[in-house]
Design a protein around this ligand. Structure first.
Ligand code: PEP
Length: 305
């Protein structure tokens, strides 16, 4: 087992009906069982010992089905989690076509992808909107703590914040500044507004003075590498991931736990060289996650080093 917490996430995007997701997950879990992961206290030396997380982000319409299948395979429940591909920042109301945090939590989603480049570019999601969504997640978590909310996975929702430059920005040498700007635009709103909110909650709870709500996954996804067929050079990826680590440590010390994963044309062929890099904690996989065998191979290669 490596020291870093490995995260292997599948983003199905607008692919697969709930029936197709059922077939996919049944096939995936079958392979997972055959992999002989050390779940309990098996002494079999051939067992793979891993706490690497597998995250599935199916379309909203398949979350219920995915939730049911994960329940059916609950022995892997600590490894296999669900994510939504998006959320809206309001909790209810006249927002046609939107989905609230409460709605995805009803299917036990542990994660929400926020600010994917396809939503930024095709759906024109602004930095302001993304910042509000991130805040909504942290705020949701803090309110749940406030209400002594307790369920599986602590009832928390962890944002997977996507950032990444386009090709022009990379060529101009400004990719690092751009990504830092995206992080700040997404996180500063929470940084500035949560403190006062947390103060109120702390006042109410009095004896529970330490509340850790700031858990985050950053997905560095250079737009030019998404669906492109070739990923970033691992050395270049490592430089950006190291930069993101430093930026978060220097500017967001309240974020207690964060991981930085890479997305952009990850396949079973390049997973090993990407995962060798110290600051690449995992991957977010689009195209290559659509086939259960290929996504399973990505997971297997990532954990069997
Ligand atoms: C993505 O869009 O999140 C992604 C990583 O896609 P792909 O793996 O197809 O490049």
């Amino acid at each position: 087992m490596t020291d870093k917490k490995i995260i292997i996430a599948a983003n199905f995007k607008m692919n697969k009906t709930h029936i197709e997701v059922r077939a996919y997950l049944n096939s995936f879990f079958k392979k997972l069982k055959e992999l002989n992961i050390n779940i309990n206290d098996k002494t079999d030396e051939k067992c793979i010992e891993t706490d690497a997380e597998i995250i599935f982000a199916p379309p909203f319409t398949a979350l219920n089905e995915a939730y049911n299948i994960i329940e059916e395979n609950i022995e892997f429940g600590h490894l296999v989690k669900l994510a939504s591909q998006n959320i809206y920042f309001e909790s209810a109301g006249a927002y046609t076509g939107e989905i609230s945090i409460e709605m995805i939590k009803a299917f036990d989603c542990s994660y929400a992808i926020i600010g994917h480049s396809e939503r930024r570019c095709i759906l024109n999601e602004s930095d302001d909107l993304i910042a509000k969504k991130i805040f909504a997640v942290f705020n949701y978590n803090s309110k749940k703590i406030d209400l002594n909310f307790c369920e599986k996975h602590n009832g928390k929702l962890i944002p997977i914040l996507c950032v990444g430059e386009n090709l022009d920005i990379r060529k101009s040498g400004k990719a690092f500044d751009f990504v830092a700007g995206q992080l700040d635009k997404a996180l500063n709103y929470s940084k500035n507004n949560l403190n006062s909110n947390m103060q109120n909650i702390n006042d109410k709870l009095k004896d529970k003075s330490i509340i850790e709500i700031d858990e985050l996954i950053v997905a560095y996804e250079p737009v030019w590498a998404i669906g492109a067929g070739s990923s970033i050079e691992p050395e270049d990826g490592e430089k950006m991931h190291k930069f993101i680590y430093k930026h978060l440590n220097n500017n967001y010390s309240s974020i207690k736990n964060f991981s930085v994963i890479y997305g952009g044309s990850v396949t079973e062929k390049n997973i090993n060289i990407l995962m060798e890099k110290e600051h690449i904690d995992g991957v977010l996989v689009g195209g290559a996650s659509l086939d259960p065998q290929s996504f399973f191979n990505i997971y297997k290669f990532a954990v069997s080093k």
